[in-house]
Design a protein around this ligand. Structure first.
Ligand SMILES: NC(=O)c1ccc[n+]([C@@H]2O[C@H](COP(=O)([O-])OP(=O)(O)OC[C@H]3O[C@@H](n4cnc5c(N)ncnc54)[C@H](OP(=O)(O)O)[C@@H]3O)[C@@H](O)[C@H]2O)c1
Length: 248
């Protein structure tokens, strides 16, 4: 019987895969059989090593999306990529009245502009070879909610949700599935400040039906699913992996 969740024979690229959710996704894709290009602005040696230690296939790639056009020609220089995971992201916190232009631009560049132009470069390469592909963008609860003290993050992640649907509409009939995952509160560097704030931490935990913060590994399975043949008829979906937060 064919395993519809298998990624054997597929090549995936994961941005920001040196740590956190990106690292967990890279490991999960490799466990499902994909050959993974681990991209990062920091060294991805640890992720490549962890995948290799489990018998998986991975290679590292330097990719700093602080220049959101950095990936413009990327897919012309790599062996064909079937799966693109747009995971890299940053967050800046300040009251809206004090928020700086730099904190707006930096976040929008990495979280939204780079995502769009990487999707575009990926699609061009897939269409040029007459192939098919899967894109999984990492959205957020703040694709649906307002949040507080994170204006550019909320704007960027709301944008990721909209972009995911727009690209799905344009590319569904052309062989590329574009979907997103909206992680809930996951224990990574991104959320360290929240966990260190006793009051915010308690308020968050009290609202999560699952009663715990998520682990980065909780996102890996969803990424495998949306990258696999099991998701062939899924287009423009945003899959919440949030311990039930949005159901509350
Ligand atoms: N943790 C959560 O609760 C949560 C919830 C919803 C959505 N998310 C999203 O999940 C994604 C991963 O975040 P995370 O929680 O795993 O946080 P993280 O541990 O801070 O990881 C963020 C990743 O993005 C990379 N990155 C940042 N700026 C970059 C740039 N200019 N070029 C290339 N890579 C860059 C980071 O690289 P460096 O290590 O070099 O900085 C790191 O690999 C982000 O898109 C985030 O918004 C997280």
């Amino acid at each position: 019987m064919t395993d519809i969740f298998s990624l054997a024979g597929k090549r995936a690229l994961v941005t920001g895969s040196n740590t956190g959710i990106g690292q967990a996704i890279a490991i999960s894709l490799a466990k499902a059989g994909a050959d993974v290009v681990c991209a990062g602005r920091s060294s991805v040696d640890e992720t490549v090593g962890l995948i290799g230690a489990e018998g998986g296939k991975a290679q590292g790639l330097k990719l700093d999306l602080g220049d959101p056009m950095a990936g413009k020609d990327l897919f012309q220089t790599l062996d064909p990529i079937d799966i693109l995971i747009n995971n890299a992201g940053i967050i800046r916190r300040a009251d809206a009245v004090d928020f700086t232009e730099a904190d707006w631009d930096d976040v929008m560049d990495v979280n939204l502009k780079a995502v769009f132009f990487l999707c575009q470069a990926f699609a061009k390469s897939v269409f040029a070879r007459g192939g098919s592909g899967k894109v999984v963008n990492i959205a957020s609860l703040l694709s649906f909610q307002g949040g507080i003290r994170v204006p550019s993050y909320t704007a960027s992640k709301s944008g990721v949700a909209g972009l995911t649907k727009l690209l799905a509409n344009e590319w569904a009939a052309k062989g590329i599935n574009v979907n997103a995952i909206a992680p809930g509160y996951i224990t990574t560097n991104n959320t360290e400040a929240l966990r260190n704030d006793e009051n915010r931490n308690k308020a968050i935990l009290d609202r999560i039906p699952a009663g715990r913060w998520g682990d980065a590994a909780d996102i890996g399975g969803a990424a495998v699913f949306l990258s696999s043949p099991a998701a062939n008829y899924i287009h423009g979906a945003i899959l919440n992996v949030d311990g039930g937060w949005l159901a509350r």
